[in-house]
Write a new protein. Structure first.
Lengths: 373, 398
């Protein structure tokens, strides 16, 4: 065993850490303060990065190899190992600023869309609603039928986040054979409507992708069962990694605040109620850190890792939720102020617990598998 | 980053895996009805004085296993090379215990040698260390007192120098197996010292005048810890283990070394308990449906415990400070095991509460582990102390 980072891993981790400190955390003040005190009653509490800031960040991230982590060398990128990707997302998790590396399933770079995805000219959203419920696609309702002149997708309505994307990756099962296919659907395809955009608890939105009599060329079938599994596992690892960043930031800030804040003549750091919250949180951060890294390492070694990724995601997102809750509690009034990042982490972690497999469903899947043995 | 065992470690693990499959698991049906004494790992101390033929039958079975393990070179894994042992890494030891724990047969690959005895010097080596390694002598550990348990720095037992001797006065609570041990590793403080200062460790033979075992105390865990009384017990200075006044480090070392074993044992036992739950519900569709999700939850928690344990053992091999990791593992392991067994009892229903039922026995045993060798509250205290001392640095990647 050797749990030290390799030189390469350390290098990319440090690059990401510097970028997050210098470019993201330094901008949090402006971002968090915007329109916070004067929201109209009922207005969505949605905060946005000004487009020019977003664009600038993307350029600088591209400059240091952090814009997208999957782009292959042939398209001008440096694809990272799964462990390195986890390290990067862990650093980005430390900032509440809504900017992070774009996550594009690697197999798409081998398709006609590859070049434009790599350059950022096209963006893609994953329409994996079913996977959010259960963490897998075995109960997927969406059906397709291939005919000589094109593929017919059954009429349906799927929730998607990032609904402003140019392309949507939609999983469907072949009528009759049950074979899983991943289709790229262009936004402008006849029969495709994006509607009912609603605010989420985070600063993101979700909308309905509605397909009505949608027929697409047969060559849009670009991936199969394994690619779908890999996408889910990879998204789970990204979320687990992000959760680790949230956990570390919340823990560090809470320790600092508890050291300085005095109540009734004693520092919070001397109060057992506070000490134990932080002790329990640090145990969770430790265990989640190594579960996540081990799952990522297994992926790099081409060992099975889907279950490990699901477990890492389940525990880490819950840990992040607990971390944000603890930070809010220890920061008191400041904790619930929108000028501080903790309430944002809290909302984000709450959402992540529902993405790519709810806790109960992942537990149930693991338990049922064990009971079948 | 590499999570694999080294080739030698993997080879050892495979050997133990085979040993467990071909030697231990076939014995399980017979051992299932063994007396409570055989629960846990330290049954040897207790059974050696028993004349009960039933117990002796089990002892013979275990001794035959020992010979087989020795023949296969699976003996004295954690004993240093200079004492003829294999001195394997902490990680290897965890991997081995993980395999052993797949069977409910309470078998350890080596005699139980208190790790601080490797600090024996001069005649102490032949008198205490070697006999312990060979399994001829057993020891007890006298640290807690009636008024100092979780915080041993409050100990009141004194060792007053008197020429070449020390005179020991005081009472020790809960040394396990002291009534059958050959000697006790006793911690006492020099006069006019307090806190961690002046604590000294003595090796005191059973039968030394002034030292007596006042009573043994039955506990729910099946162990019978004792109360020891020292009244003007004169001990020669050659019986000091290590240096006079450095006993605090020794008791910390003794506690620290055991944490990761506690972790991997709790992991193994959790999995065995979940297998029992598996067998209870597998043929009942309704029960499967009712419990699957919680079973899945506990399987995941056991995985997390295993990861934490290997991390700690690896850091210990790198000679890093593992106080926080050790506390993490002890806390996580004992709390988890307790919850898992509590859950299993819920599934099993009233039948699981029969006194000799595996689950009832495991439950009683597990309850005690949340207290002995540093209760959960002390582990949390150690963890928070580290956090306020070093911040998040020890949680960073390496």
């Amino acid at each position: 065993m050797d749990l030290k980072l390799t030189e390469e891993e350390r290098l990319i981790k440090n690059t990401a850490a510097r970028f997050v400190d210098k470019e993201l955390i330094s901008r949090e003040g402006d971002y968090l303060r915007q329109d916070a005190p004067f929201l109209a009653p009922g207005a969505p509490a949605r905060r946005r990065l000004p487009p020019e800031v977003s664009k600038g960040l993307a350029e600088r991230a591209r400059g240091v190899g952090l814009w997208s982590l999957e782009v292959p060398e042939t398209l001008g990128g440096t694809p990272l190992s799964t462990v390195a990707r986890v390290l990067v997302h862990r650093e980005f998790g430390r900032s509440i600023l809504p900017f992070r590396p774009v996550s594009i399933p690697a197999f798409l770079f081998e398709t006609p869309y590859g070049e434009k995805l790599a350059s950022g000219a096209l963006s893609i959203a994953l329409a994996f609603e079913e996977a959010h419920k259960t963490g897998e696609l075995s109960a997927l309702q969406m059906l397709y039928r291939q005919e000589p002149d094109g593929t017919i997708l059954r009429d349906s309505s799927i929730f998607v986040s990032n609904s402003g994307a140019d392309l949507f990756l939609v999983p469907a099962r072949e009528q009759g054979s049950d074979r899983l296919g991943l289709f790229v659907i262009e936004r402008e395809t006849p029969g495709v409507t994006i509607t009912d955009e609603v605010d989420l608890t985070t600063d993101a939105t979700v909308a309905r992708l509605i397909l009505r009599q949608c027929k697409i060329p047969n060559d849009r079938l670009l991936g199969y069962e394994y690619e779908a599994g890999e996408i889910i596992a990879s998204e789970q690892l990204n979320m687990a990694a992000r959760s680790l960043g949230i956990g570390m930031r919340c823990l560090a800030s809470s320790i600092e605040h508890a050291r300085n804040r005095v109540t009734f003549g004693r520092r919070l750091a001397e109060r057992q109620a506070i000490q134990w919250m932080l002790a329990d949180l640090s145990v969770e951060i430790r265990s989640c850190t190594w579960l996540t890294l081990e799952a990522a390492w297994r992926a790099d070694q081409e060992l099975t890792y889907f279950e490990e990724a699901a477990l890492a995601k389940k525990r880490a997102t819950k840990m992040a939720f607990q971390a944000a809750d603890t930070a809010i509690q220890i920061h008191g009034g400041y904790g619930v102020c929108k000028e501080f990042p903790f309430e944002g982490f809290y909302r984000e972690a709450r959402l992540m617990r529902l993405l790519y497999g709810r806790e109960e469903e992942l537990d149930r899947a693991a338990g049922e598998k064990f009971l079948r043995q | 980053m590499d999570f694999r065992l080294s080739p030698e470690e993997e080879n050892l693990r495979e050997n133990v895996e085979r040993f467990v499959r071909y030697e231990l698991i076939p014995l399980e049906p017979e051992l299932a009805n063994a007396p409570d004494i055989f629960e846990g790992s330290r049954w040897k101390s207790r059974v050696k004085s028993s004349e009960d033929p039933e117990i002796q039958r089990y002892v013979a079975m275990m001794e035959a296993l020992e010979r087989k393990a020795e023949e296969r070179g699976l003996w004295h894994l954690d004993v240093p090379k200079q004492y003829g042992g294999m001195e394997v890494s902490n990680v290897a030891l965890i991997a081995v215990t993980e395999e052993l724990e797949k069977s409910s047969v309470p078998f350890e690959l080596g005699n139980h040698v208190s790790n601080i005895l490797y600090g024996c010097k001069g005649e102490q080596v032949d008198k205490y260390l070697w006999p312990c390694i060979r399994g001829e002598k057993t020891s007890a550990f006298g640290l807690s007192e009636p008024a100092s348990g979780a915080d041993p720095s409050m100990m009141q037992t004194t060792a007053t120098p008197d020429g070449d001797f020390f005179v020991i006065n005081g009472t020790k609570m809960f040394p396990t197996f002291a009534d059958v041990a050959d000697f006790v590793q006793l911690f006492a403080r020099l006069p006019a010292t307090s806190g961690r200062n002046g604590v000294t460790c003595f090796l005191i033979d059973t039968g030394t005048p002034g030292y007596r075992v006042a009573r043994s105390i039955a506990t729910i865990a099946g162990t019978e810890p004792c109360e020891l009384v020292f009244e003007n017990c004169r001990v020669h200075k050659s019986q000091v283990l290590g240096e006079v006044g450095n006993g605090w480090e020794l008791n910390q070392a003794w506690l620290g070394a055991r944490r990761f074993q506690v972790g991997i044992r709790a992991h193994g036992k959790s999995e065995r308990v979940l297998r029992i739950v598996h067998d209870l519900v597998r043929h009942d569709d309704k029960a499967r449906d009712r419990w699957a999700s919680r079973i899945g939850h506990f399987l995941g928690e056991a995985e997390a415990l295993k990861t934490l344990t290997y991390l700690g053992a690896w850091k210990a091999d790198q000679k890093m400070d593992v106080r926080a990791e050790a506390a993490n593992v002890k806390l996580f392991a004992t709390e988890l095991l307790h919850r898992v067994i509590d859950f299993a009892l819920e599934v099993a229903g009233p039948s699981g509460l029969r006194k000799n039922h595996f689950l009832a026995r495991a439950f009683r045993h597990a309850r005690a582990t949340r207290i002995v060798e540093g209760p959960s509250e002390i582990q949390r205290h150690i963890i928070q102390r580290g956090l306020f001392r070093d911040g998040i640095v020890p949680l960073e990647l390496l």
